[in-house]
Design a binder for this molecule. Sequence first.
Ligand code: GFB
Length: 311
Amino acid sequence: MDKDARIYVAGHRGMVGQAIVRLLEAEGFAAPIIRTHGELDLTDQAAVRAFFEAERPSHVFLAAAKVGGILANDSYPADFIRDNLAIQTNVIDAAWRSGAEKLLFLGSSCIYPRDAAQPIREDYLLTGPLEPTNQWYAIAKIAGIKMCQAYRQQYGFNAICTQPTNVFGPGDNYDPETSHVLAALIRKFHEAVRRGDETVTVWGTGRPQREFIHVDDLADACLFLMRAYDEPDIINIGTGKDISIADLAAMIGEIAGFKGAIVYDSDKPDGTPRKLLDVGRLRALGWQARIPLKAGIARTYEEAAALLDDG
Ligand code: GFB
């Protein structure tokens, strides 16, 4: 991909899209094409086609999606399946129609069977039932993967599919109801310390294991794959290490300087017991995550605390 390529970053206001835009800028690429939601509704097929016809991007990072944590996924199943199917269908199709050279689709580790063997290899896709709390989102993402593969097979469109593990970092959503766990815990511990609370409540049992990648590492992997990977097979993006929610809570509590007790709300769902990705395929290509979990959280904590204190 040339430095003056016409790159479109779909979802540039989201955590992942923001990080991709930051990285492209830092690497000296021409300013990418971007549109806010107000300027272009990606669920509107006619508008998306017209945009692609007018702009004709050569490379597309499809980082636009409706995302949320376990409770948001479970509470708004219709929104998650409808919006994601519409966004990805419109963008993939319009990119191909307007002659784009390449598209990178971002999936998710929740596409894999709930009880998949660990670490999860790419070929475990569609070998078992999904986790019920996020099956709607997962089915949409699986449809996106299959659409990329179908467009490659029938039309020779170079669409690649990446499956990132759970992501954290700057630009995350800190809403207590709809956020993912890492952002939620940053907010809970920060507010508890500020208020002098004696307890912090963590959802579920604390026993599930999750793998977390810093969004700057994820953006780096996406750019790497945009340059170096042209295969139909899906490819995992992760760190190769996971941590229990209880240990994660203890780590964030320590970073926040919280001295009280952590309590568990078992009325809230645990979700998938474990989803550690096998990152052998990505490592074999020569890419590895660089930001250690604790250092990445400490950095994110500082940024988030300033933001939360401001408003
Ligand atoms: O990050 P999270 O919401 O989503 O939750 P998933 C991960 C784990 O953390 C679950 C626990 O076991 C939660 O019960 N947890 C503990 C909390 N305290 C909290 C809290 O305050 N907030 C939240 N949100 N969780 C999502 C999927 O699954 O992961 C999406 O629903 C997507 O589809 C995303 O794949 C990456 O990791 O369970």
